[in-house]
Design a protein around this ligand. Structure first.
Ligand code: FMN
Length: 276
């Protein structure tokens, strides 16, 4: 048996998944719409596979499957724009992922509003939270994808969505859309701030205590929320007006399944199926 304390057997309940799941595990960042222009034609495709590569010079990488029309356009034009759509564009994003730019004019099909970039020729899409204009520096075929390394030549943000970082206390409609794979998306809801142990503290003990604190806080929050949902459910049963906006975290699909809102009047944030 291995007696290295860092190489203990995996805890119970941990499951193995196929290696193709690695890309899903890496998902969750804000999804982008890549715009490209070539020979007077414009195209747009959703893209979740991207990464920062260098700060000085500012380089980012985007990975596009070889057969995509966007890959061809970016290869020829040597530029692209990453547009970061906000929540109201969720259905546009998914829809655009099912269209091929060599078969259809996606801007015509979706009537997305666009405007002029500052450094490249690919258009910027309105209703986004941030935009990054890039010039391609390197093209690297990798497996069935092509990695385009882009030099960032301009960054634009809507401060309601992004200030020094993603804004989480603004309106839901200003939040960036995060992609989880398939047709699943999310938005960020809560800001959590990490506290570092101070120099004189024993870091392993302080960190262990803080972890216990966090577990306790999340458990308490869950209990409070369940209790409040139970109360709301009883109010709805009686046909009374309820206000779901007071719940600490937004009213989500699971909550909606737990409570039949058709029986009562709801104030605050509307249940998901009415918003979509
Ligand atoms: C949310 C989302 C994210 C996607 N991310 C990528 C990606 O990172 N790379 C890729 O090659 N295709 C990705 N796709 C698939 C392409 O967007 C899709 O194949 C698109 O129709 C290609 O358009 P084009 O042929 O006009 O380039 C994604 C699709 C969706 C819906």
């Amino acid at each position: 048996m291995n007696d290295d304390p860092l190489l203990r057997p995996a805890p119970e309940g941990i499951e193995r998944r196929p290696v193709t799941m690695a890309s899903r595990v890496l998902m969750g960042g804000p999804v982008t719409l890549v715009t490209a222009s070539w020979r007077g034609k414009h195209n747009v495709m959703p893209l979740g596979w991207y990464m920062p590569l260098s700060s000085q010079p500012p380089l980012i990488g985007i990975s596009i499957e070889q057969s995509r029309y966007t890959a061809e356009m970016v290869s020829h034009s040597a530029e692209f724009v990453l547009n970061f759509p906000t929540r109201p564009l969720i259905h546009h994003v998914q829809y655009l992922g099912g269209l091929r730019g060599d078969e259809i004019d996606k801007f015509d099909a979706t009537q997305l509003e666009t405007y002029t970039p500052t450094h490249v020729t690919a258009p910027l899409i309105a209703g986004c939270a941030a935009w990054i204009e890039c010039e391609v520096q390197e093209v690297m075929p990798l497996g069935d994808h092509i990695l385009f390394v882009g030099l960032v030549v301009a960054v634009h943000v809507d401060p309601r969505s992004f200030d020094e970082r993603w804004v989480l206390d603004g309106e839901e409609e200003s939040r960036a859309l995060h992609y989880l794979g398939g047709n699943a998306y999310s938005t960020l809801h809560r800001l959590l701030e990490a506290r570092m142990p101070r120099d004189f503290e024993a870091p392993e003990r302080i960190l262990r205590e803080r972890m216990a604190e966090e577990l306790e806080l999340t458990r308490e929050a869950r209990e409070r929320r369940e209790e409040r949902l139970g109360q709301l459910e009883r109010e709805v049963e009686r046909g009374n007006v309820v206000d779901v906006s007071e719940l600490e975290v937004g009213f989500d699909i699971e909550d909606q399944e737990a409570i039949d809102l058709s029986k009562g009047v709801v104030l605050g944030e509307a249940p998901p199926d009415e918003r979509e």
